[in-house]
Write a protein that binds this ligand. Structure first.
Ligand code: NAP
Length: 515
């Protein structure tokens, strides 16, 4: 929201290719490479042109591992958003008429370019988001997979022919692109949350106005530059960033925007859903989770530890599908807690560019304070700290990988997303009790459980009120499967063949007098 706005000086310095910083040695090398990469951008993209904010405002992008300024990017608002919408609207007229094969080729080329620049894009993600480089490069491949998949799906947008009840009529269903899409994305997956929306949108024939998070705009801008290099026509992909409420309101108010696709917090998602009512837009929402991870007595403990670690500590606990409550059955509780502590002790914390680091910093000071507040609340209500429980010696936004026990479902830490590296253990006795605790939340995104019993596997998978269930597995996201939540975790699905439907309208055509 331009809270860190600086007005650009009158002597204009083009900052598009300038990383402004005094960084650690590793990060400095990265900065030098990125400066010459050809996709390091700091302006917004409107109608195929890279533009500054009209009032010249900029906002700092910081390295979360050090707080140092990486770049100043354009801080945009209503006027730039309205122009981006107009460009997308104009571009829609031609892009929607491209053949599926033509759109597919553009997407495939975009995928190829992202994969060809995988390492450097990974470095950019680590620089502005903080996750360890290996994980960041993994996100690039994951993010790119949505473009590849969408390139393939573009050719499979089939309609239907309906057997007519009347002899002289022919009935059929066409699938057509929704129109201009406003895509608002969070900071925790700066690339993948964009490609998961923009891939299917473009494949369907829609055009987009992307609004990335103020914390991680550089990856979004780099992706847009690569889209341009891939031959995606001007106006098909636009990027504006800066004043989030202004940009959001402009997208919501416009009758030219026919769809809002949002990934982020439940609070903002609800505002957008309410705001979209004014122009009755299609809405899809990927919101916060509160994932239970249930370890039954009959679980294979090694599998359960590996799965729990993967789910809980990926991205330092900053994912919507992170295990937020670890429910452990009485008979295996002590063994599991001690094995988990042994594993978590070995998680190396540090700057994402350092060798062997698997836990980077949290995104900012507010995120650390949230973790501290939730932990204090839990401890004041009887939770016990088994490991960690404080800021890391590295200082700044680093937090020790933590395990706390004796959690109950009334504590704030069980009801809100922790979004940090804190594993919370809750003891239960029966399967029914575990399911009841697991479902006792307004969220319904991902759930996990570990069991070797086939009957229980079916029972529990069916009983969990979640959009995604991992059984004996902690990492379940893939471009080929539908991702999304129930209850207040969202509406609609992303990825897979179902993800395309979010960007398509159905048109029923009735041809009469055919006899
Ligand atoms: P957030 O604060 O809701 O922000 C998400 C996006 O919305 C950002 O681009 C933000 O802009 C923008 N925004 C904020 N206020 C807005 C407004 N009034 N109008 C329009 N846009 C607005 O969420 P976050 O902290 O970035 O991300 C973390 C959340 O995302 C967590 O709750 C997590 O669970 C959820 N998430 C869900 C999924 C999923 O697939 N279900 C995936 C990843 C993350 P600025 O950043 O510029 O303020």
């Amino acid at each position: 929201m331009c809270v860190r706005v600086r007005v650009r000086p009158l002597i204009f310095v083009p900052v598009s290719f300038m990383i402004i910083m005094k960084l650690s040695t590793g990060a400095n090398d990265v900065a030098a490479r990125l400066n010459s990469s050809g996709f390091f951008r700091t302006q917004g993209l409107i109608g195929g042109k890279w533009v500054d904010a009209y009032a010249g405002k900029t906002i700092e992008v910081n390295n979360p591992a050090t707080g140092e300024v990486i770049a100043n990017v354009a801080c945009m608002g209503t006027r730039e958003t309205n122009d981006a919408i107009s460009s997308a609207y104009d571009a829609f007229k031609s892009w929607s008429k491209f053949t599926a094969a033509e759109r597919s080729k553009c997407l495939r080329k975009w995928y190829d370019l992202i994969m060809a620049n995988k390492e450097q894009l990974g470095e950019l993600i680590t620089l502005e988001q903080g996750k360890p480089l290996k994980e960041a490069i993994g996100e690039v491949s994951y993010g790119a997979s949505f473009l590849e998949f969408s390139a393939e799906e573009a050719k499979r947008v089939y309609g239907d022919i309906i057997p007519s009840p009347l002899a002289d009529r022919r009935l059929f269903v066409l699938k057509q692109p929704v129109g201009v899409v406003g895509a608002i994305t969070p900071w925790n997956f700066p690339l993948a949350m964009i490609t998961r929306k923009v891939g299917p949108a473009l494949a369907a024939g829609c055009t987009v106005v992307i609004k990335p998070s103020e914390f991680t705009p550089l990856t979004a801008l780099a992706a847009a530059e690569l889209a341009h290099q891939a031959g995606v026509p001007p106006g098909v992909v636009n990027v504006v960033m800066g004043n989030a409420p202004e940009i959001g309101d402009a997208l919501l108010a416009s009758t030219q925007v026919r769809k809002i696709t949002f990934t982020g917090s439940t609070a903002v998602g609800k505002k957008l859903m309410a705001g979209a009512a004014g122009t009755v837009k299609k809405v899809s929402l990927e919101l916060g989770g509160n994932a239970p991870c249930i370890i039954f007595d009959d679980a294979d403990i090694e599998v359960a530890i590996k799965g729990t670690l993967g789910s809980k500590f990926r991205n330092s606990g900053q994912t919507c599908v992170c295990a937020n409550r670890i429910l452990v059955q009485d008979g295996i509780y002590d063994k599991f807690a001690s094995a988990l502590a042994d594993a978590v002790k070995n998680l190396k914390v540090g700057d994402g560019f350092s060798e062997g680091v698997v836990q980077g910093p949290l995104i900012n000071e507010a995120a650390v304070q949230k973790v501290e507040t939730l932990l204090q609340d839990a401890v004041s209500k009887g939770a016990k700290v088994l490991l960690g429980g404080k800021r890391h010696d590295l200082g700044f936004t680093f937090y020790e990988p933590t395990i706390i026990s004796d959690i109950n479902n009334e504590m704030r830490i069980s009801r809100e997303e922790v979004f940090g590296p804190v594993a919370t253990l809750l003891r239960f006795k029966t399967e029914d009790e575990a399911i009841s605790i697991a479902n006792d939340t307004n969220a319904g995104l991902a759930a996990y459980f570990f069991s070797s019993n086939v009957q229980r596997t079916w029972r529990v998978a069916e009983a969990l009120e979640y959009g995604i269930v991992g059984v004996n597995e902690g990492l379940v996201s893939t471009e080929v499967a539908p991702f999304g939540g129930v209850k207040q975790s969202g509406l609609g699905r992303e990825g897979s063949k179902y993800g395309m439907d979010e960007f398509l309208e159905m048109k029923y055509v009735c041809m009469g007098n055919m006899s």
